[in-house]
Design a protein around this ligand. Structure first.
Ligand code: ATP
Length: 271
């Protein structure tokens, strides 16, 4: 049984080589819930997610679990049993099979000896099945398409079986079917397994459809956090993205729906 999932970053200041790119951001990734991070290019979404995954050292601020435990104080292995990140780019190993790459996800559960991860086989098979990569288990990952590879890395994260799952643009490279399957999978993980999902998405309508809460980043600050209908406000979005964005309700779903307006694109609905 997992600990209660969840992760909070509070008042985080993050930068590169002395240049501040996230300034005083706070973000809570709650158990049994999907939190989407949205915002323009360069607003700090990936940096914030990487900091929560301990891949970027904060200049200041704290990262804690729901019981108050300091996430920065755990050993790398203890942390990896609780939190995983699907990042935008990972180096692709040469000549390693899909099955073995998915097996990398089991690293925090393995001890010193082979065979001491009794749940490993089941976790790897399950992760491959739900991401649709079982049929390519024996193929070498360096021969895969961008979308196939993206699903293999997602399977690796799922095999890690953590209570907190952070995903940086997981639908990039994916065709429509797998975009929807991965959004559905996020909801299943939150609803059926209590996972705390934090996900960077560019498509505001996908964010509105999948997320319980949305955090809108603007130039390194969290401009708004809350339910999709609260955060996806036409004036705030238009100012943040620097183009007119209309907000309405999708008559088919009843969900909040956004529509960026371009010179030629005003009549073309987004997804
Ligand atoms: N390795 C790096 N070295 C220096 N600056 C960086 C580095 N990575 C990101 N930055 C800068 O930090 C800022 C925030 O970048 P980040 O990747 O977090 O934004 P983002 O919101 O995820 O953007 P995108 O939507 O384009 O992925 C940007 O100004 C970017 O140029």
């Amino acid at each position: 049984m997992r600990d209660q999932a969840g992760l909070s970053g509070d008042d985080l200041r993050l930068g590169y080589h002395g240049k501040r790119v996230v300034d005083g951001a706070s973000l809570r990734i709650e158990a049994a819930s999907v939190t989407a991070l949205v915002g323009p290019n360069g607003s700090g979404k990936s940096t914030l997610l990487r900091a929560l995954a301990r891949l970027h050292q904060p200049e200041s601020g704290s990262i804690t679990f729901p019981d108050g435990g300091n996430a920065l104080a755990l050993s790398a292995k203890e942390f990896a049993r609780k939190v995983t990140l699907l990042s935008q780019s990972r180096p692709t190993p040469n000549g390693v099979s899909v099955h073995d790459v998915v097996g990398y996800g089991r690293h925090p559960h393995r001890g010193r000896w082979r065979g001491d991860d009794p749940d490993g086989h089941r976790a790897i098979e399950h992760a491959m099945a739900v991401t649709g990569v079982t049929a390519m288990a024996g193929r070498s990952v360096d021969e895969l398409s961008g979308g196939e590879l993206q699903r293999v890395w997602l399977a690796t994260c799922l095999a890690q079986d953590t209570g907190v799952l952070l995903l940086d643009e997981p639908t990039t490279f994916l065709d429509l079917r797998y975009q929807i399957e991965i959004l559905d999978l996020m909801r299943d993980l939150a609803d059926d397994h209590g996972v705390a999902v934090g996900v960077v998405l560019h498509d505001l309508n996908q964010a509105a459809a999948v997320a319980d809460r949305i955090a809108l980043l603007d130039q390194g600050r969290v401009r708004a956090t809350g339910a999709p209908a609260e955060v996806l406000d036409a004036a705030a979005l238009s100012e943040t993205y620097g183009i007119p964005i209309e907000v309405g309700t999708d008559p088919a779903t009843g969900l909040v729906s956004t529509r960026p307006i371009g010179k030629h694109l005003s009549r073309i609905p987004t997804s």
